[in-house]
Design a protein around this ligand. Structure first.
Ligand code: CTP
Ligand code: MG
Length: 236
């Protein structure tokens, strides 16, 4: 039997600037439950062994009392305080994980992650060492220059949207993040996901797995209307 330990890191320490709401988007209500509840519930019901929840300093008590205790998310072993950028939050969580064979890093702002997709990511990371979910882009993507003119039109058949969870061998992704943190020339702001840090600092392959178009990241106000429609669809 495979006894390897799998830890999920669920990120909920962002401020949600693009959402323009006073309450951080991961705590907005969707069908009477906070958005963050849904991904925690999916990991709780999966074969993940442990969940490390990362949130803001002022939100630790709310997370513990109103989400973890209230909805009995028993796999949450730690609720830690994140950092100012997503990669700071991830690094803090990686350091807080005591021992694990694999980690799955997930945006708490993606409530529609399913247990089946989580199970596939766990299965695949054991073969590929690093893998992420994504979907082929539907629209033509343009690269623009600083003047706002089109600089390139990459071949759409090679382009995918990256989603989470993103899964890695624990020691390997920790090493990538440690090197990244020590890099004085790092162009930090461009590191918008974990795979980028892994690719850039370790130069090792990351397998792309087919995710689900419903696994959206709630980012701007119009995503809330989409989320309401998706949750109605799931619940009926
Ligand atoms: N996140 C985090 N710590 C940060 C920044 C982001 O844990 N310092 C989390 C968010 O809570 C979210 C996920 O990372 O679940 C993806 O980030 P994003 O969608 O960019 O969320 P925000 O940073 O909150 O939003 P914005 O960029 O619009 O401010
Ligand atoms: Mg952000």
């Amino acid at each position: 039997m495979d006894k390897s330990k799998v830890t999920a890191i669920v990120l909920a320490a962002g401020k949600g600037k693009r959402m323009n709401s006073s309450l951080a988007k991961q705590f907005l209500m969707l069908h009477q439950r906070p958005i963050l509840y849904y991904s925690l519930k999916a990991f709780e019901e999966s074969s993940v062994d442990e969940i490390v929840l990362v949130t803001g300093e002022d939100q630790v008590v709310y997370c513990r009392e109103n989400i973890v205790k209230q909805y009995k998310i028993g796999k949450v072993s730690q609720i830690i305080v994140g950092g100012s950028e997503r990669y700071d939050s991830v690094y803090k969580a990686l350091l807080a994980v005591e021992k694990s064979d694999y980690v799955l890093i997930h945006d708490g702002a993606r409530p529609f992650i399913s247990k089946d997709l989580i199970e596939n990511v766990i299965l695949q990371v054991k073969t590929h060492r690093a893998c992420i979910l994504g979907t082929p882009v539907k629209e033509t993507i343009k690269v623009i220059n600083t003047d706002g003119y089109i600089a390139a039109s990459p071949d759409r058949s090679t382009l995918w949207n990256a989603q989470t969870p993103q899964a890695f061998e624990y020691e390997t992704i920790k090493k990538a993040y440690t090197i990244f943190n020590q890099d004085k020339d790092r162009d930090r702001n461009k590191m918008t996901d974990d795979a980028m840090i892994y690719e850039t600092y370790l130069n090792q392959p990351v397998k792309m797995l087919l995710g689900d178009y419903r696994n959206i990241k709630i980012t701007t106000p119009e995503d809330l209307a989409i989320a309401e429609a998706l949750i109605d669809d799931l619940l009926c």
